[in-house]
Design a protein around this ligand. Structure first.
Ligand code: MN
Length: 245
């Protein structure tokens, strides 16, 4: 057997030469909370069932599971307060309020002890879910994308730098719908804490600056309907207001 041929040189980076054969996707970004600069988004990882009470409401035993992950597409993000258009192909769209971690440094096999040094900031996000399609996928052993990674499925507030908010490990996380409390928890109830989530994830994927991690939702998930106003809040991080249209 001969050695593999050396790989050809990469084609020139062509952002400025105009030779893309279809329009290239734009970089997705979130505003930074103090208005200075933009946080560019590379990937959006999500943690499943990371609050015990939510795991129980979804019919699972929270004590027996290591963390598991799924992903949304960066262009599923809706930056800041805004509108969530009710999506097609579903009649059961649920809200999931979540603490979002924004990575400033990447890496693989990141130790728990130093994981927080990879965090650039935090945001308030919603993991909007087509629960009926997700449920069907679970039942059939199929992937979750149709339930999770659809257009506008990730409303997300501005990224608050760590210098401003520190590393929030406790504090209220809640969501109201039309002023009525639907979800209420505390960041201290996370089964897998942020450093552990980063460490686990970095054994599965090479993390990079610009990656977001949605850390899971507390109990109280439920359906939204057109005309609803969602208001999410995380103590020390901020607010997110979304209208369902
Ligand atoms: Mn979620």
């Amino acid at each position: 057997m001969t050695a593999p041929a050396p790989s050809p040189q990469s084609p020139p980076q062509s952002a400025d030469t105009g030779d893309y054969v279809v329009p290239p996707p734009e970089t997705v970004w979130l505003p930074v909370a103090d208005g200075a600069g933009r946080f560019p988004v590379r990937r959006v990882y999500c943690v499943g069932r990371n609050y015990a009470a939510h795991a129980v409401e979804m019919g699972h035993d929270p004590d027996q599971e290591p963390p598991f992950f799924f992903a949304k597409s960066p262009d599923n993000l809706v930056a800041g307060d805004g509108v969530f258009p009710y999506p097609p192909a579903t009649s059961d769209v649920h809200h999931e309020i979540e603490l979002v971690v924004a990575l400033g440094r990447g890496g693989a096999d990141i130790p728990v002890e130093t994981a927080l040094t990879h965090v650039w900031g935090y945001a308030v996000g919603l993991d909007m879910t087509r629960r009926d399609l997700q449920g069907e996928a679970k039942k059939l052993g199929r992937p979750w994308e149709v339930g999770k990674a659809f257009e506008h499925s990730a409303p997300c507030g501005p990224v608050v730098p760590v210098e401003t908010c520190g590393h929030p490990a406790e504090g209220a996380i809640w969501l109201t719908v039309n002023g009525e409390t639907r979800q209420l928890g505390d960041l201290s109830q996370l089964i897998w804490k942020v450093p552990e989530v980063i460490a686990f994830l970095s054994r599965l994927f090479v993390l990079r600056p610009g990656d977001l991690i949605m850390t899971g939702t507390p109990a109280g998930v439920g359906p939204v309907t057109r005309g609803d106003r969602l208001h999410g809040h995380i103590e020390g991080v901020g607010d997110l207001k979304v209208d369902v249209r």
